[in-house]
Ligand binder design. Structure first.
Ligand SMILES: Cc1ncc(COP(=O)(O)O)c(C=O)c1O
Length: 397
C-alpha cells in the first residue's frame, strides 16, 4: 500500500487559552495602543519587553511591528546609511536583504556551507567590504559563533543577528541573538511564538536601544518603557532620531506573553518531531542529513536535507511525487522563486556575483516546515514517504 500524509504544513496550533483570556482583557478595556495606559498600569507591551529582556538576559528590549522592521531598525540604530554595504547571507529569505534595501543600503552576499550556515572563509575574504553584518540564522542553523564573533570583532564589523528562526535556540548556552550587538526576532505566525505579525529587538547597548525606541515611534513617551535605558540617554538622541512608526500594540503583546513563558516546552516538542524526521531520513541513499554541531541548541521548527549534485529533473520528481503523497517540500534550487524560496540571485535590486560553491549547495537544499500540529508518528510517516521517493529516484538514476 502506498502511504499518504493528510495533515497541513501550514496549520499552527491554536493560540493558548491563557493568551486568549489576556487578549480579551485588552479588547474589553480598549487600550490597544502601547502608550494608552491607565493610571499605574504598565501596559502589555512594556511588560512583554521587560519579560523578553529577562528571558534572553539582555539589558534592553523593544517590541515592534515585525521581524523585518526590527532588522531595519537595528540597521538604522547602528548607523547604516544609504549607499553603505551590509554583509549578509546568500542563503536566507527575502525580508533580510529587504531590510538592508529598506535603509538604502546594499547587500554584500556571503556564501553558505553544506551545514547551511554562513561560510566563514568567504566572510573572512569579504569582511573589509562593510562595517555591518546582518547575520541570518537561516532555518535555525547557527554557525560557529565563537569564530564569527572573533573575526567580526577583530575587523570592527558590527553584528546584527536575525533570529527569526532561532528564538529559543542557543550557541554554547548563550541565547541566539545575544552574541552580536543586536538580536532581532519575529513573532509572525510561522515562527516560534505567534501574534500574526510582530517583532522583538534586544541589545545591551544603551545608545542603540534609545535610538531604536525613538525610531519605532515613541514620540517623547520613552519614559513608559520598562526595558529601555534611563531618560538621560534619550537626551542625546531624541531630537536627531526620526520617528519611523512600527510599534507593537497591547493586543499582540498580550497574546505573546503567555507563549513566551511556554517557549521551552514548545522547543522540546518541536525537537521531538525533528528527531523523528531526522532518524527516519538518516542513511537514505543520495540524501545528506544536516549534522547539528554539539554547541548548538536548536529549535526543530523546520527540517532541511541535501540532495547534493542531483539532476534537476530527478530532484523535481522527488518533490512532485512527495507532494502527490501529501508531503510539501520546498526546493531552494529552482531558477524562479516559488512562494518563500527565493535566493541571492532572485533579488535583482541587489547586485551579486555568481557563487559556484553556494549555488551547488542551494541547488540541493530541500526544506520542510514542521508545525506542532504534527505528531511524532506523523513525522515518522513523512520521513518514510520522503525516504521511499528519494530511494526510488536515486536507484533510477
Ligand atoms: C529568515 C527570516 N528573517 C526575518 C524574517 C522577518 O520576519 P517578519 O515576517 O516578522 O518580518 C523572516 C520571515 O519570514 C525570515 O524567514
Amino acid at each position: 500500500m502506498t502511504e499518504r500524509f493528510t495533515g497541513s504544513f501550514t496549520q499552527q496550533e491554536a493560540i493558548p487559552e491563557d493568551a486568549i483570556a489576556a487578549a480579551l482583557d485588552v479588547l474589553r478595556h480598549g487600550r490597544l495602543h502601547r502608550y494608552n495606559v491607565a493610571e499605574g498600569e504598565a501596559g502589555e507591551t512594556a511588560l512583554l519587553e521587560q519579560e523578553f529582556a529577562a528571558q534572553t538576559g539582555a539589558r534592553f528590549c523593544l517590541a515592534v511591528a515585525s521581524g523585518g522592521y526590527a532588522m531595519a531598525t537595528a540597521l538604522r540604530a547602528v548607523g547604516v546609511k544609504p549607499g553603505d554595504r551590509v554583509l549578509s547571507n546568500a542563503f536566507t529569505l527575502a525580508p533580510v536583504p529587504g531590510a538592508i534595501a529598506s535603509v538604502g543600503a546594499v547587500p554584500e552576499f556571503v556564501g553558505v556551507t553544506e551545514g547551511l550556515t554562513i561560510d566563514l572563509d568567504d566572510l573572512a575574504a569579504k569582511l573589509d567590504r562593510a562595517k555591518v553584518l546582518l547575520l541570518s540564522h537561516m532555518r535555525g542553523h547557527i554557525c560557529d559563533m565563537d569564530r564569527l564573533m572573533a573575526m567580526c570583532d577583530a575587523a570592527q564589523v558590527t553584528v546584527i543577528e536575525d533570529c527569526a528562526h532561532t528564538m529559543g535556540a542557543a550557541w554554547r548556552d548563550v541565547p541566539s541573538g545575544r552574541h552580536g550587538a543586536v538580536g532581532c526576532y519575529s513573532c509572525q505566525t510561522y515562527k516560534h511564538v505567534n501574534s500574526g505579525e510582530g517583532g522583538l529587538l534586544v541589545t545591551d547597548d544603551e545608545e542603540l536601544a534609545a535610538r531604536a525606541v525613538m525610531l519605532s515611534g515613541s514620540y517623547m513617551l520613552f519614559g513608559r518603557h520598562k526595558a529601555a535605558p534611563s531618560p538621560e540617554v534619550f537626551e542625546q538622541v531624541k531630537y536627531v532620531t526620526p520617528n519611523i512608526s512600527g510599534r507593537m500594540d497591547n493586543l499582540r503583546a498580550a497574546i505573546l506573553r503567555p507563549q513566551l513563558r511556554d517557549l521551552d516546552r514548545q522547543v522540546a516538542r518541536w525537537n521531538d518531531r525533528y528527531r523523528a524526521l531526522e532518524q527516519g531520513l538518516r542513511d537514505t541513499p543520495g540524501l545528506t542529513v544536516i549534522e547539528r554541531p554539539e554547541e548548538e541548541s536548536y529549535v526543530g521548527s523546520s527540517i532541511q536535507f541535501l540532495l547534493l549534485d542531483w539532476q534537476d529533473k530527478a530532484l523535481c520528481d522527488v518533490i512532485d511525487r512527495c507532494a502527490a503523497r501529501g508531503v510539501e517540500l520546498k526546493w531552494f534550487g529552482a531558477p524562479e522563486p516559488v512562494a518563500f524560496t527565493s535566493r541571492y540571485d532572485s533579488w535583482r535590486y541587489a547586485p551579486s556575483e555568481p557563487m559556484p560553491k553556494t549555488d551547488r549547495v542551494l541547488a540541493g537544499i530541500v526544506d520542510m516546515r514542521v508545525p506542532l500540529t504534527f505528531s511524532a508518528e506523523d513525522c515518522a510517516l513523512i520521513a518514510r514517504i520522503i525516504r521511499s521517493e528519494v530511494t526510488r529516484a536515486h536507484n533510477a538514476a
